[in-house]
Write a protein that binds this ligand. Structure first.
Ligand code: GLU
Length: 509
């Protein structure tokens, strides 16, 4: 029977979600929506030492900002992870720490079936084993080569084991990695992969100390219980895939084992290696979807606060590692859903280009209506102390300047002179265009503009064979504060003749 597509995004709340994490969520979402399936969010918070307060809320808010809306796991009305099961959220709770009671029996089942064992080695004993191996130039791995010499249920009597399980609270359940087996795996992006189990270790699956599973056990059990059909996640999880395959085998769940896809890394704009927060700091671009303040009070830049539109951010993320197979670059969410396919995700890392990110924003800005832009620009005007401007006026300004901007925040720099008279004048332009001779001509022409209009005044300049460029730049300098900016006709059309005359007064000084 064809199973309903169900994919999940399973972040660990260990800090703000990096843009690579948002891309993983996005690809999962696109994959699910293309198939009319479900996109589930599950919070993998079983590592209490790495838990960061606020991270879970950050992740949910970031996804909501992007329009990546889960079907299950988070109630978007409240923005909270669902804790009580309901028809819509049948697998609640979706936070693994709240599912803790569930995992122990799975760990014990593996022990009973010979796929796992109890380990009683203390941290000191393991450190000593590591040091001993290092002293001989080797690396210690807990596996078939060493486990017989260590303190675990494979080397002890049943009575000893029973006694230690009772008396100690620091034991673990470890996976008994089979020896000399070739695990043959299929990845939807990377194809067929084979790994010899001799290179793998006996991973801890469950810990008595905090009665919590590790990532590997919780992840497999929950993917099974939540009926996940495809696991789409970052490349860093590829080395765990053999263990995950073997866990499905150990539980006897091969028939419903999900398919796997490991996404390529996001790479730095220059040089090699993974895109990091530091690259963003160095080169001045955000690496996170939203601003984040860490416990030291440092703020990391977010795309949202830096003025990117969520549509632009989603579009640029989608194109980092995936291509539609055509030249098309602009996709809204529905367009992405229609075009997306895992087959077109590349195996190799995707280089992030901050200039391209800006290009996307500029394109999306141009697609916005003047009305929408005005609504975004008005609060910025208010911040600059501009009040009492007609909404319609702001709309007209937006229409004229939007081609010149990358962000709405640029509007003020581009067009403040359409709201307030300039008080500063670019010195180099002043020296060039406000010579006594130019000023005299400009004032005379300004007078003509008032009486016979701009076009006729220009005609007069031509007839008198006066220097058109110089005169217009002198006038523009009085209106704008610089010799660059919109055309005089456009400025006049907005600020009106009275304000025009007032600003020309500066030339008389
Ligand atoms: N909790 C893991 C993470 O934070 C999820 C890995 C997976 O999707 O299996 O990346």
């Amino acid at each position: 029977m064809e199973r309903r597509t169900r994919v999940r995004f399973a972040p660990s709340p260990t800090g703000p979600l990096h843009m690579g994490g948002v891309r993983t969520a996005l690809y999962n979402y696109l994959y699910a929506k293309k198939r009319g399936g479900d996109f589930i969010i599950r919070i993998e918070d079983t590592d209490s030492q790495r838990f960061v307060p606020g991270a879970e809320q950050y992740i949910i808010e970031a996804l909501a900002w992007c329009g990546i809306i889960p079907d299950e796991g988070v109630d978007m009305a409240t923005g909270k992870v669902v804790e009580e099961a309901s028809e819509r959220h049948p697998h609640a709770p979706y936070r693994q720490s709240q599912r803790r009671g569930l995992y122990r029996k799975y760990a014990e089942q593996l022990v009973a079936d010979g796929w796992a064992y109890y380990a009683f080695d203390t941290a000191e004993e393991l450190n000593a084993a590591r040091a001993a191996a290092e002293a001989q130039g080797q690396t210690f791995i807990y596996n078939a080569g060493t486990r017989d010499g260590l303190r675990n249920s494979l080397t002890m009597t049943e009575a000893e084991v029973a006694e230690l399980l009772e008396s100690r609270t620091d034991w673990t359940v470890r996976f008994k990695m089979p020896q000399g087996r070739i695990v043959a795996m299929d990845d939807m992006i990377r194809g067929h992969v084979e790994v010899n189990t001799n290179t793998l270790d006996d991973k801890v699956l469950w810990k008595r100390a905090d009665e919590l599973p590790t990532y590997h056990l919780a992840n497999i059990v929950d993917d099974h219980l939540m009926e996940i059909t495809e696991v789409i996640r970052g490349e860093e999880w590829l080395p765990s895939l053999p263990l995950h395959y073997l866990l499905y085998e150990a539980f006897g769940w091969q028939d419903t084992m999900p398919k796997f896809a490991h996404l390529p890394l996001l790479l730095k704009p220059v040089g090699n290696g993974k895109l990091s927060k530091r690259d963003g700091d160095k080169m001045g671009f955000p690496v996170f979807p939203l601003n984040w303040k860490n416990s030291e009070g440092e703020t990391y830049h977010g795309y949202r606060e830096d003025g990117y539109f969520p549509e632009a951010f989603v579009n640029l993320l989608a194109m980092l590692g995936w291509n539609p197979g055509t030249e098309q670059e602009m996709f809204d969410m529905q367009g992405l859903i229609d075009a997306f396919s895992i087959e077109h995700v590349s195996k190799s890392g995707a280089k992030f280009n901050p200039e391209k990110a800006k290009w996307y924003n500029k394109e999306y800005l141009r697609l916005k209506s003047d009305e929408e832009l005005a609504l975004l620009f008005e609060p910025i005007l208010a911040q600059h102390g501009v009040s009492g401007v007609e909404h319609d006026y702001v709309v007209r300004v937006c229409a004229l300047i939007k081609e010149r901007a990358t962000f709405v925040a640029d509007f003020w720099d581009i067009a403040s002179y359409l709201f307030v008279a300039p008080t500063q004048f670019v010195e180099k332009d002043v020296n060039k265009f406000w010579t006594a001779e130019n000023k005299a001509m400009a004032l005379e022409i300004a007078g003509l503009i008032k009486t016979i209009g701009l076009e006729q005044a220009e005609q007069t300049i031509r007839e008198r064979e006066w220097p058109m460029g110089k005169i217009m730049n002198s006038i523009r300098l009085a209106l704008v504060g610089a010799s660059s900016g919109l055309g005089i006709a456009d400025i006049l059309g907005l600020i009106g003749m009275d304000e025009f005359q007032r600003r020309m007064e500066v030339l008389k000084k």
